[in-house]
Design a protein around this ligand. Structure first.
Ligand code: ADP
Ligand code: MG
Length: 273
């Protein structure tokens, strides 16, 4: 296998089931995330993706099985933007400051904290937006502000829920480039070994998932776990989404097509005629 086997994982799920009271929403999930990995979790709405992330953060406790973290692991979370309350009146710097590991008397910032926030904002191309209200930003900028809030926690593992939901193609590229950069080797990070491990969920099979080194198909349990070419196959996709899908190869990459599109197009064109 990969280097995942050589060093202890950052996170390990052993037969994990989670429930909100009415039966399990994820069941018997086994997985590990190794240092420096980049993992995408795909599955239909309600398949348990967010719950799996919450279990990874420790904010949802398994009803069966166990989640183990490597000692002193720092995990940071970027929530799904649609789930946030945008009426909360905060500026860019205030949102980022909320991520400070040792928060004292908020919102007063030490000079060192200010320069750290400034550094992260600059790194993410948000330098001029310090006092801007988060509601006045584009979707991609908002996404990067929450990424900045996660990054000042200096995580070993970054967990993002649907980071490209509702953004346009260019913004999706931007977000992915930033994430790929964070995931790459960072000799100046002190450990000298690896970049930040990333786990994200996505609905975007072709625009995002197919480009990642490792994918997990989730539908309450793990249907498949491997590289996109191992996982994006009609058999696994149908078991994940409950609908038939076709997979083409384009430039050595799998491209997933929904079946039934032709029939729909025909019916609509007949109706228009
Ligand atoms: P996904 O992120 O893949 O859409 P979720 O993990 O959010 O899936 O949800 C999985 C299932 O758990 C869904 O049926 C959802 O309705 C239910 N669920 C999620 N959060 C809660 C909650 N806080 N209380 C009760 N049920 C929940
Ligand atoms: Mg979700």
């Amino acid at each position: 296998m990969n280097s995942a086997e050589a060093t202890p994982p950052l996170v390990r799920f052993d037969h994990v089931s989670c429930s909100y009271g009415n039966g399990p929403v994820i069941e018997n999930v086994d997985l590990t995330v190794a240092r420096g990995e980049f993992v995408g979790i795909v599955g239909p709405s309600g398949s348990g993706k967010t719950t799996l992330l919450r279990a990874m953060l420790g904010s949802v406790k398994p009803v069966h099985g166990s989640v183990m973290w490597s000692p002193s692991l720092r995990v940071a979370y970027v929530p799904q933007l649609e789930t946030l309350d945008w009426n909360f009146p905060v500026t860019v710097s205030e949102v980022v400051a909320m991520g400070r590991p040792q928060r004292s008397w908020w919102p007063r910032l030490q000079p060192s904290e200010k320069s750290e926030i400034q550094r992260v904002l600059e790194h993410l191309g948000l330098a001029g937006l310090w006092s801007r209200h988060i509601r006045e930003l584009s979707g991609g900028q908002q996404q990067r502000v929450f990424l900045a809030r996660a990054l000042i926690q200096k995580p070993d593992l970054l967990v993002l829920d649907e980071p490209t939901a509702g953004v346009d193609v260019r913004t999706r590229h931007e977000v992915l480039h930033v994430l790929a950069d964070l995931n790459e080797l960072h000799p100046d990070r002190g450990d000298g070994e690896s970049g930040i491990a990333i786990v994200l969920t996505t609905h975007d099979l072709n625009g995002l998932a197919a480009h990642l080194p490792r994918l997990i198909c989730l539908n309450r349990n793990v249907v498949a776990d491997g590289s996109p070419s191992e996982v994006l196959k009609p058999y696994f996709l149908e078991r994940t989404y409950g609908a038939p899908m076709e997979v083409l190869q384009h430039g050595g990459m799998p491209v997933v097509l929904e079946q039934g599109g032709d029939e729909l197009r025909l019916r609509l064109s007949r109706r228009g005629a």
